[in-house]
Design a protein around this ligand. Structure first.
Ligand code: AHG
Ligand code: MN
Ligand code: MN
Length: 360
């Protein structure tokens, strides 16, 4: 192997920290522990069926369901445990919260407590795991109460703008860690020989314009009219009001879509819809929308509920769901604009226009 000049994640964090001479090093230690958790999950994912970790998580009383009412996969539960095991001992955390835990996790009494809160989705896109598609882990770091007391749900209910750091690991053809500490976005690729994350994608920027969008179109009958209008205009392509053709992608693994958008632009929508009035959106504010929102905005893109900046939303519950639109700035701003122009949407579904396939 030729000698590389690339920084390791450790070197990157130490060099970042030199800009803050008073920093204690707790934050860096936390991020490095999270990175170890991600490496461990990457291995579990890579072994697949050979590791016996595929399929649904089974308990004595049958399968298990998380607080969202979703069936837990074995790898959801394992990844959650890996995050806890690798981070709770070090004295950097006041507490944790996760998609796979109903209540906040208290740091055990035998360990010191620290000043940060770690919030995570241990395995995003896990419905894809059994078909060997890309999944990932998403995390957000907030400041905690720093009193040594047990954490409460209220401690976590901070707007995304207060995040100290956010990142994700992607378990795809290569394992990557993408991180922001509030000073741009950097991407690291796991070198399987060294077992280290190496800086391969410094200063990632999301292109402001795009011709690619991502949405689960099977929900289209439940969308609000501004979203219908936006998608219809994309589908109308060159001959429609946008005057250009669009391409569409849907992986059903938000972390993988976020990565594609960071790499080459695009817009992702899982908007609030009317499918289930009890669920204002599909994705979760604290451990999906906020960390991805911070990363996208730090890379020059935009993240929104469709109506307001995601990072300004005041959370009201740990597992709160929310409509999420993010990606190339000009497209997200367009979608927000459509939300302020009520009633202007005429259904111009290209499948039903003149010369179309389904015209009656
Ligand atoms: P999770 O696996 O953590 O529950 O999240 C899955 C999410 C997200 O990754 C993806 O964008 C979305 O669910 C897919 O939803 P649909 O199945 O409705 O397309
Ligand atoms: Mn998820
Ligand atoms: Mn998950």
């Amino acid at each position: 192997m030729p000698l590389t000049n690339r920084s390791t994640l450790t070197q990157f964090l130490i060099e970042e920290r030199r800009r803050f001479p008073s920093a204690s090093g707790d934050f860096n230690a936390l991020i490095l522990d999270v990175a170890i958790a991600c490496k461990a999950i990457a291995r579990a994912v890579a072994f697949g069926e050979l590791g016996g970790a595929m399929g649904n998580h089974a308990t004595e009383s049958g399968g298990s369901v998380n607080v969202q009412g979703e069936t837990q996969k074995k790898l959801d539960v394992l990844s959650n445990e890996v995050f806890i095991r690798r981070t709770d001992w070090a004295g950097n955390l006041a507490g944790m919260a996760s998609e796979e835990m109903d209540l906040p996790y208290q740091i055990p009494a035998r360990y010191p407590r620290g000043k940060y809160l770690l919030v995570f989705d241990p395995l995003d896109g896990s419905s894809n795991i059994d078909v060997n598609m890309t999944v990932g882990s998403i995390f957000s770091v907030l400041r905690g109460p720093d009193t040594g007391a047990d954490v409460t749900e209220a401690d976590f209910l901070q707007p995304g703008a207060k995040q100290v750091a956010a990142g994700y690991a992607l378990y795809g053809p290569t394992t990557m860690l993408v991180l922001t500490v509030g000073d741009g976005v950097n991407g690291f690729t796991l070198d399987p020989n060294l077992g280290e994350f190496m800086l391969t994608h410094p200063h990632i920027q999301v292109p402001a314009d795009t011709q690619e969008f991502a949405i689960n179109a099977s929900n289209s009958r439940f969308w609000e009219s501004p979203v219908k209008r936006y998608v219809d205009e994309c589908l109308a392509g060159k001959t429609g009001p946008r005057g250009k053709d669009f391409n569409m992608r849907w992986i059903a693994s938000m972390v993988a879509e976020a990565h594609r958008i960071l790499m080459r632009g695009g817009v992702f929508m899982y908007p609030r819809d009317t499918k289930d009035p009890a669920k204002p959106g599909r994705l979760r504010l604290l451990y999906e929308a906020n960390p991805i929102g911070m990363i996208i905005e730090q890379a020059g893109g935009r993240a929104s509920t469709g109506e307001k900046p995601m990072l300004e939303v005041q959370p009201t519950a740990l597992h709160q769901r929310i409509g999420l639109v993010f990606g190339s700035k000009n497209e997200v701003e367009r979608i927000e604009r459509y939300h302020t122009e009520p009633g202007r949407h005429e259904m111009i579904n290209p499948l039903f226009t003149e010369r179309s396939l389904f015209r009656d």
